[in-house]
Every structure is written in C-alpha cells, then in structure tokens.
Design a protein around this ligand. Structure first.
Ligand code: PGA
Length: 262
C-alpha cells in the first residue's frame, strides 16, 4: 500500500514572520496524523525559519524550485546544495514555472537530476492546459512532459520521485478535476509510463499526487481513488485550518484503506 503524501505549495506568499506563525499553528495539529507523509514548501526566504520550526517533527520542508548548476554567475538563482542544506524536498516543473518563467520539459529534467544528485526528494509536476484538455490532448501532453521530464532517470533514482498531476485549468480556479477523471489519468496514463521506464514494481510504489483546487471538502473523495496517492495543495495550504483538515482527510482515508487491505 502506498502511503498518502500531502504537500503544501505556498507559492509567493508569507514573509518569514508570517510563515513562522503559520507553521507553528499547523505543527501541533498535523503531527498527530502519523499515517500520512506531509510537507510544506514556503518561499526561499522563509525556508530556514520554517525548517527550524519543523526540525524533529513529521512535517517535512521543501523548496518550490532550484537551479541545476552547482555554483557560479547565475544572478538570482539558488543551487541544489543550498536548498539541500535546509530542506528535504523540491518541487520542479510546476505549471506556473512553465507558464510564467519559460520552464520547459528539458529544464525540468535538468532541475530534477540536479535535485536528486543533491539528495532531495522531488515532486515533478505535469498537467495539461484547458485548451489542451478541450482538444483531447491530455494523454499526449502528460506523456510528453513525463517522458522528457524523466529522461535518463534510473529505477533507483525513481524511489526519490513523486509525480504531481495538476491540470492547469484546475489550479487556483476552485474547479477541481473530478476524482474519476483525475484517477483515470493517474492509472491509465501516468502509472503505465512509470512502469515502462522503471518497471512495474517501482511504478506501483511511486506516489502520484493530484493538484488543483484541493479543499477540505473534496480531499477525502480524491484521496480515496485507487491511484491518487495524496495531493499538492496551493491555496488551501495557506491557512492552518484548511491544510490540517486536508491532512486529516488523508489520514482517515489511509485508515479505511488499511482496513480494506487486511
Ligand atoms: P491550488 O494550487 O490548490 O491553489 O489550486 C495547486 C498547485 O498549484 O499546486
């Protein structure tokens, strides 16, 4: 059975002081749900403070991005080892990076390799735009993003990768994909691609998160699907109440799944 994994992507929100307040509010409440893997990804400036608060707790910390070079004249960029000093996780290839900052499948692949080499666990985001969805191109787009994004990655490295399927039209819109539609992409497109590259055993063990307008009231239904192994949460990770409720929903689903399996 795959452990559910819920990560909060705070995007460009929270000063250091605000981030500390938020994480301190979350910590005593989320730590109770030991059957769920959980992480928060604050902006760079708040990473050290949030990581210090989360030390020796079950709440892990991740960066929202990183650059692939080790050091040098790359003004404004952050090297993998700089973030690996502070946190355990990294998000790469988020659709906002692709849309606003010219991220491509090739640069996603470079960031992924550099992050893995630095010892980070990486959440690789994929997902089609509304236009692509309406044109029936979801499978083709996700296949291209995954094939190129994971190019050259070995089965052993895949142990440190989580995939996040985030249909772009569902992000920040309040319009989540239906659990069935999202699960179809996870089960019939993403997992078979992972199996082709890494073998069936590894593919079955890898987590595929859903992302896009996850809220406390739709989380349990999404996480109950066979191939939705948690979520990447944006807006609803910015308040303790909603993020804790989503983790609680994951924990309840995990209990039911464990009972069904035994
Ligand atoms: P949202 O964002 O939950 O606000 O839709 C999800 C994401 O971008 O990861």
């Amino acid at each position: 059975m795959r452990r559910l994994f819920v990560a909060g992507n705070w995007k460009m929100n929270k000063t250091i002081a605000e981030a500390e307040v938020l994480v301190q509010e979350m910590l005593p409440r989320v730590d109770a749900f030991a059957n769920v893997d959980k992480a928060v990804c604050p902006p760079y400036t708040a990473l050290p403070a949030v990581a210090a608060c989360c030390k020796n707790t079950g709440l892990k910390v991740g960066t929202q991005n990183l650059y692939w070079e080790e050091s040098g004249a790359y003004t404004g960029e952050i090297a993998p080892k700089m973030v690996a000093e502070i946190c355990d996780y990294a998000i790469v290839g988020h659709s906002e990076r692709r849309e606003y900052f010219a991220e491509t499948d090739e640069t996603v692949n470079k960031r992924l390799k550099a992050a893995l080499a630095a010892g980070l666990h990486v959440i690789v985001c994929v997902g089609e735009t509304l236009e692509e969805n309406e044109a029936g191109q979801t499978e083709a787009v996700v296949t291209r993003q995954l094939t190129q994004g994971l190019a050259g990655i070995s089965e052993a490295q895949a142990a440190d990768i989580t995939i996040a399927y985030e249909p772009v039209w569902a992000i920040g819109t309040g319009r989540a994909a239906t659990p069935e539609d999202a699960n179809d992409v996870h089960k019939d497109v993403i997992r078979p691609l992972l199996a082709k590259q890494f073998g069936e055993k590894r593919a079955q063990a890898m987590r595929i998160q859903y992302g896009g307008s996850i809220k406390p009231d739709n989380a349990a239904e999404l996480f109950s699907m066979s191939d939705i192994d948690g979520g990447l949460v944006g807006g609803a990770s910015l308040t303790a109440d909603s993020f804790v409720s989503i983790i609680e929903a994951a924990s309840m689903v995990a209990i039911v799944m464990a009972e069904t399996e035994s």
